[in-house]
Design a protein around this ligand. Structure first.
Ligand SMILES: [Zn+2]
Length: 550
């Protein structure tokens, strides 16, 4: 596609601003390179967004191929080099048509190649280059080396090659889309668990000597003290796996049976940070954009650990124009680096705390401050002062729902009138698993069943439900590892602090009263949002109950 058209199209689609395009063209003048690649490296647009623009241009469908395991039989009809060179991957086959995800839908050679190699017609969908190459790498890796069997074989050998074993465990975790690897010693041997889409799963049992050498290997790679086995340690390492870079955060703690290690895999893929991809619906997105556009006030995201709060705030950062506004962040730790944003990491040990960072920031002429977490009185006080003196502050708290952030702020000794005037919005969120698009079934509901989930069939509009509709059911297939679910989406509730609610805060209304007032004005609760997503076929009632129903 013509470069200028790509830029204009991205602007039209709301992914890019005119000013960002100008900066990218300036960069291109001094650094040469494709405009699309420059836009991605400046984090102005993600690979997926660029790809959506290309799809629109070609009048083809965009497909997110993360988590799709292409049909092995189809893959075998091609060789890895052809797929990598021409940048496409077969997905599945219906009748005499084979669905292909390609980075360049204008490349007529792809359909020819598919016909020549398979004798089938190609239906071309569009996906981004990075995820196609990654998917090709992973698919052929799994065809050539059944990694799971390899690990089982390696752990049962006394003379096992530990570096190779660890490498295979991490690769296996990536192919399973895991975010965490747990290596946990028990009374007999040790166990390796993976967490995918928030759910832990036991994967391998390993003998004690192998456990000890794995822990040592992890410590060497992340520059931890091998000799120290009685104190917790934290470290990190960077690896490149299947054409994608990962930061791996490592934490070890001593337990009764030896050291327990947790490896958190952080992908550097910008596509994750998008309010649209996270699954916020249009109304919530508009409210969020309104909050982010304000010059001052504090916006809070609440939820337990692992509810995607950081991802939401990072998506917010992408929507805040860092070319026009000076953005500073203080985080623990920095999980993703954004150009044009000044990010710092707290270091409690050396005395660099959230509160000291906030104080220093206010002398750095900021417009927007992202504060990783509000957990102590001092930090909360400075953040609130910053919010009412002309700064936009984005932060997180650990509360169960939106409205309980208010008593939590009062606990942190923030005066009620400051909360009323300073807080511009509070959003609570959770992540729920999406049903697998390849195997999801349907089941018919009835009033009794809906009632068992706390849904009153007399108020269908609120949940988008009626007592005789078909709702998704989790089954299980090879794409989703038999779980019936693949990927996650957000469910949220957004409390707008309008004048009436500000008044209620000053008059010490209870959280229940404030909640009732917001609901009476149309606020959807997290559970409501969840049921709506089930009604739309995205997730299941069981999943909403697991995550959000109290
Ligand atoms: Zn499935």
């Amino acid at each position: 596609m013509h470069e200028k058209q790509l830029g204009q199209l991205l602007i039209e689609m709301g992914y890019l601003t005119q000013e960002q395009l100008k900066v990218a063209l300036d960069v291109q003048r001094v650094h040469s390179g494709m405009l699309g690649d420059i836009l991605i490296s400046l984090a102005f647009v993600s690979a997926a967004e660029t790809s959506k623009a290309v799809a629109k241009q070609a009048k083809r469908e965009f497909i997110d191929i993360t988590g799709i395991k292409p049909d092995t039989e189809l893959l075998r009809l091609f060789d890895i080099n052809t797929l990598k060179c021409m940048c496409f991957i077969p997905i599945d086959k219906t009748g005499d048509t084979i669905r292909i995800a390609a980075a360049d839908p204008f490349d007529v050679g792809i359909a020819d190649t598919v016909r020549r190699k398979t004798g089938l017609k190609a239906e071309i969908l569009v996906a981004d280059k990075e995820s196609i190459l990654r998917s090709v790498e992973i698919s052929f890796y799994l065809i050539e080396k059944p990694v799971k069997d390899e690990i089982v074989r390696m752990v049962s050998s006394v003379q096992t090659d530990t570096p190779e074993l660890l490498d295979k465990i991490i690769k296996y975790a990536v192919t399973e889309r895991a975010t965490d690897i747990h290596i946990s010693p028990e009374s007999i041997g040790a166990h390796i668990f993976l967490r995918t889409d928030g759910i832990m799963r036991h994967c391998f049992a390993v003998p004690s000597p192998v456990h000890a050498s794995l822990i040592s290997r992890i410590k060497i790679l992340s520059q931890l003290d091998i000799a120290e086995q009685r104190l917790p340690q934290d470290g990190s390492m960077s690896v490149e796996l299947f054409d994608e870079e990962y930061d791996i955060r490592i934490s070890t703690i001593p337990t009764a049976y030896g050291e327990n290690a947790v490896l958190r895999l952080l992908s550097k893929n910008l596509s994750m940070f998008s309010l649209e991809n996270l699954g916020f619906d249009e109304t919530v997105r508009q409210k969020l954009e309104k909050c982010f556009a304000k010059p001052h006030g504090i916006f809070l995201v609440t939820g337990p650990t692992g509810s995607g709060k950081t991802t939401t705030l990072y998506s917010a950062l992408r929507r805040i124009n860092a070319l026009e506004r000076r953005v500073l962040t203080v985080e623990d730790p920095i999980e993703y680096r954004f150009p044009f944003i000044k990010q710092t990491q707290v270091n409690e040990k050396s005395g660099y705390k959230f509160s000291s960072a906030m104080r220093a920031f206010l002398r750095q002429d900021p417009d927007v401050i992202l504060l990783g977490e509000m957990r102590d009185e001092e930090t909360a006080e400075i953040a609130m002062r910053a919010a009412i003196t002309g700064h936009l502050v984005l932060s997180t708290m650990h509360t169960n729902d939106a409205v309980t952030a208010i008593p939590r702020l009062l606990d942190l000794k923030i005066k009620d009138y400051l909360i009323a005037s300073g807080v511009s919005g509070i959003m609570a969120q959770r992540l729920v698993r999406k049903v697998c698009r390849f195997c999801a079934g349907q089941h018919k509901t009835d009033a009794k069943m809906l009632a068992s989930y706390g849904i009153d069939p007399k108020t269908p509009a609120r949940h988008g439900m009626n007592s005789e509709m078909l709702l998704p059911k989790a089954n299980g297939c090879h794409h989703c590892g038999g779980t019936g679910y693949a990927g996650r989406t957000v469910i949220s509730e957004f409390l707008e602090t309008d004048e009436e609610i500000q008044d209620m805060i000053i008059k010490n209304a209870t959280p229940n009263e404030i909640h009732a007032n917001a609901v009476s004005k149309g606020m959807l609760t997290m559970v409501d949002d969840g049921f709506l997503k089930a009604a739309r076929g995205i997730t299941t009632l069981d999943e909403i109950r697991r995550v959000a129903v109290k």
